[in-house]
Every structure is written in structure tokens, then in C-alpha cells.
Design a protein around this ligand. Sequence first.
Ligand code: KG4
Ligand code: ZN
Length: 344
Amino acid sequence: MSLVLGIESSCDETAAALVASDRRILAHRLAGQEDAHGPYGGVVPEIAARAHVEAIPGLVEGTLAEAGIGLESVDAIAATAGPGLIGGVMVGLAAAKGLALAAGKPLVAVNHLEGHALSPTLTEPGLAFPYLLLLVSGGHCQLLFVEGLGRYRRLATTIDDAAGEAFDKTAKLLGLGFPGGPAVERAARSGEAAAVPLPRPLLGSPEPHFSFAGLKSAVLRAVESGRHSTADIAASFQRAVVECLVDRTARALERVPEARALVVAGGVAANAGVRSALMALAGARGLPFVAPPLWLCTDNAAMIAWAGVLRFDCGLTDPLDTPARARWPLDPGADRVRGAGVKA
Ligand code: KG4
Ligand code: ZN
């Protein structure tokens, strides 16, 4: 039975958590940076890195205190080592190295995407490999076939924007504030989803990849035309995104008939329309649908600690000179997609 302290700092959330091999989450803490980035309508890397520097010591102390243990009782220190905004990743990884050195504990360098990919197994003990994971957040938009620890096949990625990024940009165009996803979803409730004709990029195309840049441009034209209400544009945009996500996921499922579940993770999984459409798709294919609790879907340190536990329990630790990586594909063998890889 091992106990791992995890640190996450790859984007705009700073987090620390303690997780054990038996899936107990002893404590987890998170500090968001929405107020700092809000005025810019998006995450500013330099501001994020500075905020991580300020937040990490208090979060780690608070996590250990809440669990009532000292660093000496921890078996390993895990931290996100990429992919992500490099300044932030460096801050979290350097903090983990310092703690590991001071306490004489091994370091586990975790791929942030692996954290997301394995997170559903933390709260769903019955979830069996292999499963198809739709990872949709502000930074990622991928379909991953998860076959086991360290065995990931990337079936699709975005050729331009991530789905959450499209929500954020649409919110900005509509003057709805940041983060955009929840604001767009709220505005969409009173709108008519068929009101504004918007494209469904790549719908029906043979490879299950995603694209959202054209949709964003169409939203811009709809806003500039002055002919549509904010609610109608939001609702029509959301419908278009949902249809794209479902079509692409259905396409990926055709490639992996051995998948035993459909799983969704990432901030966009908070969207009720997205969740219900994916649940319907899974139902139609006779597959269980798994959506981890929301706090575990968005960036957090419990998923990093959990990936750390799984790696540590297999004897996988990393040297203290392990570099931080802005890019770190989970599946290096995946086809390169034009314009893709920007996010992960
Ligand atoms: O996973 P996450 O917290 O951070 C990363 O980007 O890694 O995801 C945040 C993203 C943002 O783009 C946000 O707009 C989107 O998830 N999001 C939503 C909703 N809540 C958050 N998108 C659509 N509907 C929502 N309710
Ligand atoms: Zn993430």
C-alpha cells in the first residue's frame, strides 16, 4: 500500500493531493486563477507561472495537514512534468523535486494527459480496460483508447482549437466573460438551437479528428450580422459542438470494437448537453458511460497523485534531472495531424 503526494501546475489551476493505492483520497486542495486571468479573456502564461509559485507551498502544507501526516509518511512525490504551459510545469516539477530531495523520497514525473486518462479508474473501481476516453477541455481535445497503464492509443486530436477553447472564444465574442463554457451554457438555455445556421467542421469525415476554428469564425460572422440574439447564437453554437463531439466519438468507437466503456473527462464534460448526448451514444452502442465527478474531470492533483501511485506501484520512478516538457504526446506513434499537437 503506497501513499503519493501529487502536484499539478500545468495550466491555470494549482493543486496538491494525497492519494493511496486503495483509492483513498486523503486530502486534495486546489487554487484557481480565474480572477487573475479574467481581464484578459484567457490564460496568460507568465501570470499563471507566478501564481503557481505563490500557491504551491500553502497547498502542499494544507494537504498534508488535512491528512494529518508529515512528508516522511509519503512514499513518493508525483508532479505533472508536461505537457502544458512550460513556466507553470517547471514551477510544480521543481517544487516536487525539492520536496523529494529534502524528504529523501522518489520522484514520479507524470504526464498530465495520463493523469486525465487514468482519472476515471480512481473513482470507478469497476471500470475495466480497455476504454475509449473523450478528453475535452480548454487545452485538450482528444480521443484516447486506454488499454492499461502506459498503453494509450491516440485515435484523434484537434487540427486547430480544443472544444473548451471554442467555448471560451465564443463567450468572448458574445461578451459573456471567462471561463466561457459555463457562461455559454447558461446563455444557451433561453436560446433556440436551430436559429443560427452554423457549420459542423469535419462532421462525417473518415478520421475521427476534430476542428473548431471554422465554427468560431461563423460565430463571429453571426455576431457581426446583428441579426441574432446572444442566447440563439450560444444555443446554436453549443448544438454544433455537441453534434461534432458525438459524431467524432461514434467514428472512433467503430475503430475500437473491443472498448468496454465510453468515458468523458475534461472541463467540457461539465456541459449537460455534452454529457447527455454522449450518454445516449454509449447507450445506443450498449456500452456503459462513465463521467467522473466534475472536480476530477477538470485539472486537479488527485489524478496526478493517482497516476503517481499506479506508476510507483509498478516501480516506475524518475531521476531528479527529469525535464519539464511543454509537449509530451501520450502516444508518440500517433499520426501527425496538420496543425495539431499545438495543445498536447
Ligand atoms: O479541464 P479544464 O478545467 O482545464 C483545462 O483546460 O485543462 O477545462 C476548462 C475548459 C474551459 O475551456 C471551459 O470553458 C470549459 O472547460 N468548460 C465548459 C463548461 N465548463 C467548463 N465548456 C462547456 N460547458 C461547460 N459547462
Ligand atoms: Zn487538463
